[in-house]
Design a protein around this ligand. Sequence first.
Ligand code: AMP
Length: 420
Amino acid sequence: MPSFQTTPGTRDILPPDAARWRSFVEEFDAVVSLAGFQHIVVPMFEDLGVFQRLGDATDVVTKEMYDFVDKGGRHVALRPEQTAGVCRSFAQHRPLPPWKVWYSGPNFRYERAQHGRYRQFDQVGVEALGSDDPLLDVEVIALAVEFFQNLGLRNVVLNINSLGDSGDRARYVEALSQYFQGHISELSPESVATLERNPLRVLDSKRESEQAVVAQAPSISGFLSDEAASHFAQVKQGLDALDIAYVVNERLVRGLDYYCRTTFEFQSTALESAQTAVGGGGRYDGLVEDLGGPATPGIGFAIGLDRTLLACDAEQVFPHPSTKADVFVIDTTGGMQALQLCQQFRTAGFASDRAYGGRAMKAQMKAADKSGATYAVIIGTDELSQGVATVKSMVDGQQEEILLDAVVQHVAAQLGKVNS
Ligand code: AMP
């Protein structure tokens, strides 16, 4: 056993998985850039207060924060998500709205680590600040739908709900609290504790024994103001106009307290574990103001990389990008030829690789096979004395001798043919 291993809830993303992660982010960039979202990078740690605005009734804030006092005496925390940081950034820099930004990167939550749930996990996401137009909600949701489709996922279900405005939400929470208090004997001790802190979260209970009492609980729709109800109706109309399928799920409350009006979540039906939510988001019209900025509506979502890639595995889509070399140079004359030829191939834009340490022909041939290269360029003592190289197709085994000076041009032309 080595002395050190990754700590619980963290992982090394090894090759080739890390390349797949990068492609994932590139794909996301491509989708959201077309809708005018620009890249933003916010700090990985901020003043603890920034994240406390997520709500003091949420697990993320009360139990899962990685916070510490730094050497300058500042109480800071590693970000558990990026929306709060983006809103803090908006309040600080006051860009002209609408401000449409996207991000990617790690977040940190001290959670019980399990398959699909980690203490350091990556997300990609967007935030659109400065408009309460319900059709912006539709645009944002449509981007996530498009992204999942581009990955090749077919089994992602969109759940939507409206949590109303803060007044509606408060009245609903009150009614919910009363209802659950009246049925307290039917609740598990865990849900009784949750009820104290955040009655909405009792609706999230997955415990079989509580499903009946949860099903009978009052629904948010009965508490929506006219404005919030009309907003939600327009969101649904917009989704219909784009032919986006959705399920209205009045039990969808989401983990963070700041949501109002539209909330949504994407579930993968291809995932069997308890962790089927691949992404989610919603409106947070009061958050920028809470952070000291001007009253600014906002909406966004975050998609979990880890879990979405697990869904891709389950659906056998979005394969790892190819890491195959175009050319493998085999040099049994000391390695200088391989050094120069690889360099020339790379300058010409072709992926080239070689073996090191003056290994025997057989071992180098094996390495060439393993590299997945389309061509092997072989230089032995005979070839070198004649100023040629043997170019061997690794696809059909055919080989020919080419003047050393013309090898790069020759293989490049052949690869041009092969690739087209
Ligand atoms: P949230 O920020 O809690 O709304 O989560 C949005 C998405 O991030 C979820 O649907 C998950 O895909 C992902 N996610 C959240 N927490 C974790 C975690 N601890 N480990 C892995 N993925 C997570």
